[in-house]
Design a protein around this ligand. Sequence first.
Ligand SMILES: [Zn+2]
Length: 626
Amino acid sequence: MSVVDDVKQKIDIVDVIGQYVTLKKAGRNFKALCPFHSEKTPSFIVFPDQGTWHCFGSCGTGGDVFTFLMKRENIDFGEALRRLAQRAGVELVRESPGEDAERKRLREILAMAAAHYHYLLKNNPAAQHARDYLAKRFIAPETIEQFELGYSLDDWHATESYLVGKNFSTRDLEAAGLVIQREGGGQYDRFRGRLMFPIRNRSGEVIGFGARTLTGEEPKYLNSPQTALFDKSGTLYGLDLAKDAIRAQNLAVIVEGYMDVIGAHQGGFQNVVASLGTALTEKQLGLLKRLTNRYALALDPDAAGEEATKRGLQVAREALGRKSVPVPMGAGLIGFEERLEAELLVIPMPPGKDPDELIHDDPAQWANLVEHAEPLVDFNFRVMTQDLDLKTARDKSAAVKRLVPIIQEIGDAVQRAHYTQQLARLVQTPEQTIAQQVAGRVVRRAQRAIEPSEQAVTPAPRAESKLEEYLLTLALRTPEHLRRIEFLEPEDFVEAEYRALFFALSDSMAQADLLDRDAFRESLDESLRPLCDQLLERARQLPEMDEPDLAREIQTVAYRLRLQRDKSELARVEVILRDQDDERTTEDETALRARVDFLGRRIIESQKALSARTLFKPRAYHIGMM
Ligand SMILES: [Zn+2]
């Protein structure tokens, strides 16, 4: 994962933009008065699921979180990256010595605290009840070592005194999340009399703690607060120990609790991690995406657990890899649909048992359950219809509405047909009727994305970013061809780093006839060079193509990129127009309608250009005719 992706995953675009404009919730999204043009009703929308924003008013601009900051603060991409990386707690290769020293100190404090808690667990008489608890849960001494489990003394200042004695300031301890400032002055230890679970990042460095009560005190589990190092929603417990097994077995098993992870690893099941808290987040899935595309969730079997599973999988569907699949759209055009690239499974836990108990009691049964984990689609068929009475017309229709979006995302055509049949049988409706609904296309799905419906399916911006990346790869291979796509603007790129690279490349080509790639690379901001190198490498790996074909290809991709961008904007504007907004002035309404007309015209232009291209016969045919 690039630093840019890492930052994007850890930054909440709503927080960042919310510092500049007043955002109002609108369904799954947020709206505000556009900060880039003057308007009376809000047409500036932030799409948190996609990490993008767009102004549907007269300025018509949009982009991602970097683009917003660049435009708003009038800074370049590198500066935006540096600011957001600092905010996200992501280390850039070169950062200022001050920040680096701060984070290093926090890591030292946490490592020292973990070692101290661990020592107390093993040696302090007061930790006897913690040792008893672990023995009762069948946790072996080697496991206690491996996870460096610990114990915090039931004392208001024990941790503080110990670490201050090691020459750390109370300010540092507070920054590390170990002490809490008292309102009237002074401070006290956050963790007291609890079983301590050090939480590590994927490199194995301690970044925070989970702490379990041993006396029935609330809350049962207490976590470190958000710090410069610790972001609960972007961390998976056990990932440092599980990552190799996840990669090797091509399967990540996700459980709920610390003890489940520990029990699983002790039982020899090393591909197990836990989300910290019940609902799985996009950031957590982002961490796993680099290791595998198969995920199995083993969450609490009670109702709450099923709910969490449902929600977790909803997030999963939205966060995981999608790939653009070319589909014929009539008139000789090829469109792109997004399909999920991941395989999602649900482990059906027997009632009343946690994974760690089950693994201890019957490891073979656990292995069997994991092996026979139920595909998400089957699980959804079961769970999403259990509150419906499928004999009534109304509930049949509800079932179709809930399940069709799920079937649409299945990448494999045979499987898609299978579930289409299954749904038809379930609601006793002709298969043809269901199949027609399943065949719904991208534009309709993009519209759904901003309707506040329970089943909204949000296309991640990946299809666009793939095209953006491919276009830049072609442009870097033969930059002269950029002149053939002069109609394309940096604004056509949604992702800031692609936009910045396109801008730099166009700029270089405007100044010289030929591109000196080394000089170009050097002229880039340091933050853009890794992307440039990556794309140059891809450009070298492109299949052999002669220049006329390459020129045609780059034009095709450029039109397709613009078409895709315009279509998704059009769909969104239409939804906004349909939405009765009493605050909207006639002026804004006119502006929105003008935008619809403009986009409609441009879509037709792009479609014409693209279909004209499909009329070109491959060169082989021409030879015969000449
Ligand atoms: Zn605007």
